[in-house]
Design a protein around this ligand. Sequence first.
Ligand SMILES: Nc1ncnc2c1ncn2[C@@H]1O[C@H](COP(=O)(O)OP(=O)(O)OP(=O)(O)O)[C@@H](O)[C@H]1O
Ligand SMILES: [Mg+2]
Length: 381
Amino acid sequence: MKILPIASGKGGVGKSLLAANLSLALGEAGKQVILADLDLGASNVHQILGLPRSEAGIGTFLTRGQGSLGECVLDSGYKNLRVLLGDTEIPGMANLQLTQKNRLLRELRKLEADFLVLDLGAGTTFNTIDFFLSSPYGIIITAPSLTSTLNAYLFLKNVVFRLLYSSFKKKSPAYERLDLLRKDGRALQQVYLPKLLEELGQLDPVSYEAFSRKMQGVHPFLVMNMLENPKDVDKGEKIKRSCSEYLALNLEHLGIIYRDSNQDIALRSRLPILRYKPNSVIAQSIHRIAEKIIERDLEEGEGPLDSSRGEESFSPAAAEAETDYSARLTEIQNLLRTGALSPGDIMEIVKTQTYEITSLRQENQLLKVKLSKAVEQGFSV
Ligand SMILES: Nc1ncnc2c1ncn2[C@@H]1O[C@H](COP(=O)(O)OP(=O)(O)OP(=O)(O)O)[C@@H](O)[C@H]1O
Ligand SMILES: [Mg+2]
């Protein structure tokens, strides 16, 4: 079984949308899929799929303390797709005890399917990172906004630190060095990782070797969501570059998804967009992502990515973004021509876009202030 955890740093960037629709797409392509809603405390996968809140779900399994997780897996009514939903007894990810988390992880691995898709909660809690690391193929999803890309990068930085902590023995000089950093949030933020790794490698070469092996087993994928125009792809390229330069992580491009107002209507109709509008730009992007995953023929414990793969993966991203952009405009033009887009819908789109323009202006203003302060303090551009 291949596990596909879906994470983001920032909330509301499309994890659940991707998790639910990607699971459907893999199922439609003939794969047996289980989708687990691990956004404990804020589970909403059932809503996206249009299913009732379940009686037995992950919460029941966790609070019962016995029995198997398999008993809580339900049929979704969609082709080849079973689900593990949240229920009212869920304790919340932050409150999940270590033993509960380990038990959940063990039981998840026992499930039988071709793919197990994990919809994770936002943020970088210890537990979320561990679910992300339950597979070499974690998917990180981001919107193009600065806060979103920054949070995606910080999530991956936390992943690397999680691997570091797990590789050095407690009380060893290397661990102490890491612990000092952890206690000083500012120093942790500013630390230049390649230099730190060099230091740790000198302090404890054997454990450092173990860390490097773990790092080789991490092949994260990147999905850019809520794109507005083809230029937004550059933001993904930037995260990728930062990951390779500062985190020694090779992020592979998996796909791009444009913002599409059809999604709001799909959500209101309690139908996943893949079913609501199979020809929509979002549905097509998600099918393409599913195809890529199937074609990549992922394997548990596969060796490190060949270094060129991540590099090459961004040219298709740019091409896909161009093609989807014209498809999206054509779709809007058609809707306008046929009258399918009501004046109310158009107003809704204009309102959302105006809101986004305002938020971007504010972000822009904030950055300008920061920049002028930096220049005042003698920073030369
Ligand atoms: N490409 C898109 N176009 C239009 N709307 C989108 C798109 N992607 C996501 N959305 C909408 O954005 C909102 C957030 O999406 P979603 O719930 O999937 O994000 P999330 O990352 O799972 O959020 P959370 O962190 O709260 O779990 C939803 O209303 C969803 O319908
Ligand atoms: Mg979600």
